[in-house]
Design a protein around this ligand. Structure first.
Ligand code: GDP
Ligand code: MG
Length: 114
């Protein structure tokens, strides 16, 4: 569905970008999608939450591995958006509380990193 994401950017208050941490074959395409998302003009002031999902699976990559594969520190340094990263499992609910707190705290706000 990525090709049609931009049609939703205009009314967007926040972005939650879910990455499958158990699928190394998707890392490169996911990284390109994330880069094009943070570069989008309409999303320059929109907070972004990146979720490493499926952390319940023993085969899932660690936060350190994921951050390194995505060069996340470089993305965060270059992006205008406020970017947060959390590890979650949609299967067993790990991290869900933090995600809900993030959604509530960013609802209706458009953030910029000075
Ligand atoms: N173990 C585990 N399975 C998940 C999790 N989230 C989604 N799934 C499962 O992953 C499958 C869907 O595939 P997914 O990679 O999430 O989506 P898709 O790539 O868009 O098809 C379903 O069987 C879900 O139950 C998770 O956090 N942990
Ligand atoms: Mg998948």
């Amino acid at each position: 569905m990525a090709p049609i994401w931009p049609s939703y950017y205009r009314d967007c208050e926040a972005v939650i970008f879910v990455i499958d941490a158990a699928n190394p074959t998707q890392v490169s395409s996911s990284c390109i999608q994330l880069l094009s998302l943070v570069a989008a003009e309409l999303l320059q002031q929109i907070p972004v939450l990146i979720l490493f999902n499926k952390v319940d699976l023993p085969c899932s990559m660690s936060r350190v591995e994921m951050k390194s594969l995505f060069r996340m520190d470089d993305i965060i340094a270059c992006a205008k958006q406020h970017i947060s990263i959390m590890e979650v499992s949609a299967w067993d609910g790990t991290g869900l509380d933090e995600v809900l707190k993030w959604i509530y705290s960013h609802k209706g706000r458009r953030l910029t990193v000075p």
